[in-house]
Design a protein around this ligand. Structure first.
Ligand SMILES: Cc1cc2nc3c(=O)[nH]c(=O)nc-3n(C[C@H](O)[C@H](O)[C@H](O)COP(=O)(O)O)c2cc1C
Length: 208
């Protein structure tokens, strides 16, 4: 009988190959579009598909900004750690291109808000702004950063407590979110995404 499985010892893969394997198999992933504020006042915006809801008592979520190729920390990690605050915005199809533009690696003193084209909306309990175009925004207070590994691709789990949720009225049926109208997009491996509104795949190339 032919062997059905290719068995991969992960220790034999470099971090990029390990990344490709994980993100192709663990899919589709929802996207946390994370708004933070640097201590110098620069507003940062970046998408993260290493994103999960946790428990609900208290309401909890986590996203993982991995360490950069040069081993440095992403702004979304440093800002969340230094200020203890962030906002997670849910992303739907009409936001996809702007969200992708915001994933460009800009120097820390420049704001992704400017290239993304999105509109800021003040938050009620934290300082980072909400994305006005997003249909659900979660204001979060940092609970803990969990560090796993060191060097390029190492995980940093930013765990937050959800303090406030803002939900567009159009999503609500009898006061709760109608799961059939929120239609978030989700990331698959490579340039592939799924639009849960149309139930179809689409592709976006990362900006240079
Ligand atoms: C849809 C999408 C999902 C992404 N998910 C992640 C992720 O989960 N973790 C990560 O470290 N980078 C992820 N990235 C890349 C970051 O958005 C990118 O590195 C960004 O420049 C980080 O910004 P910052 O340094 O301003 O925090 C993703 C990019 C896109 C387009």
């Amino acid at each position: 009988v032919p062997e059905r499985f290719e068995t991969v010892e992960m220790a034999n893969l470099d971090w990029k190959a390990a990344y490709n394997l994980l993100v192709s198999a663990i899919a589709p992933r929802p996207i946390a579009f994370v708004s933070t504020l640097g201590t110098s006042g620069v507003a940062n915006l970046a998408p993260f598909s290493f994103f999960v809801a946790g428990g609900s008592n208290p309401p909890s979520l986590a996203y993982s900004p991995v360490l950069n190729g040069d081993g440095s920390e992403k702004d979304s990690l440093r800002n969340a750690r230094e200020t203890g605050e962030f906002v997670v915005n849910v992303v739907h199809r009409e936001m996809a291109e702007g969200m992708n533009r915001a994933s460009a690696s800009l120097p820390s003193h420049l704001s992704e808000w400017d290239v993304s084209g999105f509109t800021t909306l003040p938050s009620s309990q934290v300082r980072p702004a909400r994305v006005a175009e997003s249909l659900v925004q979660f204001e979060c207070r940092l609970f803990q950063v969990v560090e796993h590994g060191a060097g390029p691709g190492a995980a940093r789990y930013v765990i937050g407590e959800v303090l406030v949720a803002h939900v567009a009225h159009e999503l609500l049926r009898d006061g709760v979110i109608d799961g059939t109208v929120i239609r978030p997009i989700a990331r698959m491996g490579g340039p592939n995404y799924v639009d849960t509104g149309a139930m179809e795949l689409f592709q976006l190339q990362r900006p240079k």
